[in-house]
Design a protein around this ligand. Structure first.
Ligand code: ATP
Length: 240
């Protein structure tokens, strides 16, 4: 398969407001694709359409060669939403048990995966603690663990490292790079410019439209910028 995620001329309107306009891109297997843009640019809406939570008003969203939304593809996706969808009365470990049962993970496989993802996000020692007693950063880390639990073919991460300290952020990126090496495709939204450098391809989004798509090096070269932040500002100026 040449592309795991494909958007073809996708638009989304809420009422009479066009939130996403004519967005097209492809994410091949084993790539990290970063969606970058200011608050309100429409990034979350794009991610929700890929996850099958929202339907496009126009155009086509395909995931693993099938048109979204499609219920049977849900278990192939690991989706980390911007707001944590966790059960606060349950412990971290119990939350993982719950999501494992949704994904059909049982027995030794469940234990192996739960242990691995808790270790990765640095929550092994807190697995018995109720989520209502977790900090904001711990909840983000548990949400990431849930998204990774069933080793999905596609990871959709909406601002995964908000509230996570720089050291753990670096570890999480190292893990995302390992996951990519196994052939998983990862779409990540971020405001953090140094995270953008980890992406194979970046799409700069503004007012619902893509204003530039390329590798970090291409975007810097084509705008004459030395950082992604400068490149983004240069492209932003070019369209106003
Ligand atoms: N269900 C909805 N109904 C109406 N408007 C919506 C809905 N969902 C999103 N919007 C609007 O769409 C715009 C884009 O929102 P979206 O969350 O996609 O942006 P974003 O780029 O992810 O921003 P942020 O980085 O702040 O999360 C916003 O103006 C938002 O108010």
């Amino acid at each position: 398969m040449d592309s795991v995620i494909r958007l073809s001329r996708v638009g989304k309107t809420f009422g009479d407001r066009a939130i996403v306009r004519d967005v097209s891109f492809d994410v091949p297997p084993g790539r990290i694709f970063g969606l970058l843009g200011p608050s309100g640019a429409g990034k979350t809406t794009v991610v929700k359409m890929i996850a099958g939570i929202e339907s496009p008003t126009s155009g086509v969203v395909e995931l693993l060669g099938e048109r979204m939304p499609k219920l049977s593809l849900q278990t192939r996706i690991g989706y980390m939403a911007q707001s944590d969808a966790l059960y606060s009365d349950l412990t971290g470990g119990e939350n993982l048990d719950f999501f494992a049962s949704l994904y059909g993970l049982r027995g030794a496989a469940k234990k192996r995966r739960s242990d691995a993802v808790l270790e990765l996000v640095g929550l092994s020692a807190d697995r018995g603690k109720r989520v209502s007693r977790y900090s904001g950063g711990m909840k983000r880390r548990l949400s990431l663990a849930v998204a990774l639990l069933h080793e999905p073919a596609v990871l959709l991460l909406d601002e995964p490292t908000v509230g996570i300290d720089p050291l753990l952020r670096r570890e999480i990126w190292a893990e995302l790079e390992r996951i990519r090496a196994d052939g998983t495709s990862i779409l990540v939204t971020t405001h953090v410019m140094d995270e953008a450098e980890h992406c194979d391809t970046l799409a700069l989004m503004r007012d619902g439209a893509l204003i530039a798509v390329g590798t970090p090096a291409e975007l810097k070269a084509s705008s004459g910028a030395s950082t992604i932040e400068e490149a983004f500002l240069a492209y932003g100026r070019a369209v106003v």
